[in-house]
Design a protein around this ligand. Structure first.
Ligand code: DAH
Length: 332
């Protein structure tokens, strides 16, 4: 192979070189220990001095050409090997979460009551029979126990069926005045249907001091109803019965949906019953060691889901627990 042929062969190899493997073949073929360039240099000793000069120069040039080609191409091929980034793939939007509707509604309710001087407290979800029933004047034989069929953990230990036991805990640990609300989860052996759930949330209210009256209870609940459901909300008190209050009442609000005209939500009565309340029973005061001559107080309790369902017209309580994104997003 003369120099000319060497040049032609190199140009052809360069032209067809398309990856790192080809590049390595070129390096070995021309620059390797037994490569063509080396071989050619060895042949130079047989040349005349003039020929040797010009052939040597050409060989050096070829050698440089190959080296720079390899250097340049190896970078290029390395780049190509890296996984490519597709700049045209649509970006992924990162979704932000939000508070659960129960948390949102609870926050609204807490703000209204803390604005009226109530303090937010909590109690255990696993409760003794004593706190959940006995101290609240619900004896072992009381029919209320059947209504609030409980989940038993042990003989005397249950998942609380209401938030009322927090009243007992607070009064046993503090002297009047106490003005608290106690929100939290409660448990009952109930079916899971549009209006029931074996787990739901309640909020308990309690205010005890000297001279607390039923009028104050009415005023407080009226302010709450108007602030929570809207200024045009009317409320009425209906006589009722709870073992831990005397007298006891049920509070109904004017139906927020039909404005008292009558609709399916309010059973065509124009009113929705939303909470139970009353004046703390003297026997409850005795149980916690409060002086019944000196102190009076009121208490109330309601379901948070029910309040949310009325305010936001949610037709099925199960929506709160199913975590359907479409439902949750309404509250974002
Ligand atoms: N604990 C009652 C229930 O779960 C609700 C209730 C009624 C709470 C009257 C009270 C009250 O504090 O005074 O049905």
């Amino acid at each position: 192979m003369d120099l000319k042929e060497l040049k032609i062969s190199l140009e052809e190899d360069i032209k067809s070189c398309s990856n790192l493997e080809d590049l390595e073949k070129i390096r070995v073929k021309y620059l390797g220990r037994k490569g063509l360039i080396k071989e050619y240099f060895k042949k130079l000793k047989d040349f005349s001095s003039d020929e040797r000069k010009s052939a040597g120069k050409t060989l050096n040039e070829l050698q440089e050409r190959i080296k720079s080609f390899i250097e340049e191409k190896s970078k290029e091929f390395e780049e190509k090997r890296k996984p490519s980034i597709d700049l045209f793939i649509p970006g992924r939007k990162s979704e932000t979460g939000s508070l659960h509707p129960i948390s949102i509604v609870l926050k609204e309710i807490e703000e209204i009551f803390t604005g009226m001087g109530f303090e937010v407290v909590s109690g255990p979800e696993m409760e003794s029979d004593y706190h959940n029933f006995e101290a609240l004047n619900i004896s072992k034989e009381h029919p209320t126990r059947d209504e609030q069929a409980s989940f038993f953990v042990e003989e005397e230990l249950i998942l609380r069926t209401h938030t009322s036991p927090v009243q007992i805990r607070v009064m046993k640990s503090r002297k009047p005045p106490v003005r608290i609300i106690a929100p939290g989860k409660v448990y009952r052996v109930d079916p899971f249907d549009p209006s029931h759930s074996p787990v739901f949330h309640q909020l308990e209210g309690l205010y005890v001091d000297e001279g607390v009256s039923f009028a104050e209870l009415k005023g407080t609940l009226e302010i709450f109803a108007k602030e929570f459901f809207g200024a045009d909300t009317e409320i009425k008190f209906l006589p009722s019965y709870f073992p831990f209050t005397e007298p006891s009442a049920e509070v109904a609000i004017s139906c927020a949906i039909c404005k008292r005209k009558g609709c399916s939500t309010c059973g065509y009565t124009g009113w929705l019953e939303v909470l139970g309340c009353g004046m703390v029973h003297p026997r409850v005061f005795e149980n916690v060691g409060y002086n019944t001559e000196k102190y009076t107080g009121y208490a109330f309790g309601f379901g948070i889901e029910r309040m949310a369902m009325i305010k936001y017209r949610i037709p099925d309580i199960r929506l709160f627990y199913e975590n359907e994104i479409d439902f949750l997003e309404i509250f974002k």
